[in-house]
Design a protein around this ligand. Sequence first.
Ligand code: GDP
Ligand code: MN
Length: 363
Amino acid sequence: MDPLTTLGAALAAAHFGTPLAYYAVAKRWLKTPWRVKPDPAYAPAVTVAIPTYNEARHIEEKLEDIYRQDYPRDRLEIIVVDSASTDDTAERARRWAAAHPDADVKVVEEPQRRGKASALNTALAMARGGVFVITDADCRWSQRDALRRAVSWLADSAVGAVTCLKKPAADGPAGVEAGYRGHYNVLRLAESKKWATPIFHGELAAYKTELLRKIGGFPLDIGADDSHTAAKIAAMGYRAVAAEDLWCVEAVPHNGYHRWRIRRAQHLLQHFLKTPVEEAPPPMRPILLAEKYLHLANPWLLPAAVAALVAAATPPALAVLATGAAALVFRSCRTWTAAQLYLIAAAVKNLRDKELVWEKQDK
Ligand code: GDP
Ligand code: MN
C-alpha cells in the first residue's frame, strides 16, 4: 500500500480504536463493586443554589420542583443568585418565596452579570448547609427523592461529590442527542465505580461544602464549573461519582443546538486543559488520561484520516472512505461524528473567546 493510504488507515484505526478500547475497559469497571455505601437515612442541612440569568420562564417551576422534593424542609435552604437579568426572574423568585413561607428561600440580586461561576461563589459564601447542591433553572428533577438520593452518597466519608446521569428532554437533529447520552452515561458510571468521573452535570451536582471552600470555590477563569470542582475534589483523594439511581432531564435548546453543543465542548476542553493527570490519585489517572486524550487530541485524527485518504485516492483509500460515509446511516455513527466536529470547533473557538458569559438559549 502507498504511504498515504497506510497513514490514513492508521489514523482512522487510532481514532476509532482508542475510544472503543476505553469503552471496553469501562464496561469492565462497570462490573466492579462501588466500594462506597449510600445511606438513604442521611439528611444533613442542604443548600441548593440556583444561578439565574433571564430564567423568568423557568424559575417558579424550578422552585416548585425543589419544594416538591421529599427532603425535610427545615433542613433545606434555597439560594437564587440572579445576575442582573433583564426579565423579571428575581421578582418572580421573590414573589414565589413570599407565597411559600415554609420554604427557606433567599434571593440575591447581583448588580452586574459576571457569569455563572461567580454567582455560585456568592451562594457558597452564604450557604449554611453542609452539602452544597447546584442546579440549572432550566432543568427538572423528575424524581421526588432526587435530593435524598444525591445526598445519601455523601454519607460515606470517602465521597466528596455526587452528580446525576442525564436524559435529554428532546432529541437534537438526526437523533444525535439521545445517542450521545446513552454512551456517555455508561462512561460516567464506569469511571465513578473505578474512582471518579471528571465530567459532572450542572443539572444536579452535590458537594461537601467544606471541600468546595477548601478548593477555593468555583473557577472564574474557565467554564465547566461543575466538572472542574469535582475533579479538584477527586484530586484531593475523594470519590466524585455519578450515582446510578439518579436521573435528571436536561433541557435541549429549540434553536442554536450546534452553538450550544460547541459552547459546552469549549468549557469541557478548558477544564481538561487545566486538570493535570499527575496530581490525581493513582486510580483516577487512567480515567483522566483517557478523557483528556479523547477530548483534546483524538477528534483531530478524524479529519486528518479523511484528508490522507482523499489525498491518496487509491482504490483501498476510497473504499475506506465510502464505508465511513455509508456508516453514517447509523445513528451512533452520526452521533460520534457530530461530537468530534463539536470538539474541533470548540478548540478553534477557544482561541478567540472562552464563552464564560454566554447568550441564553431558549429551552
Ligand atoms: P446550559 O445548561 O449549558 O445550556 O447553560 P444555561 O444557559 O442553562 O446556564 C446554566 C444555569 O446558569 C442557568 O440556570 C442559567 O440561568 C445560569 N446562568 C448562566 N449565566 C449566568 C450568569 O451570568 N449569572 C447567573 N447568576 N446565572 C447564570
Ligand atoms: Mn441549562
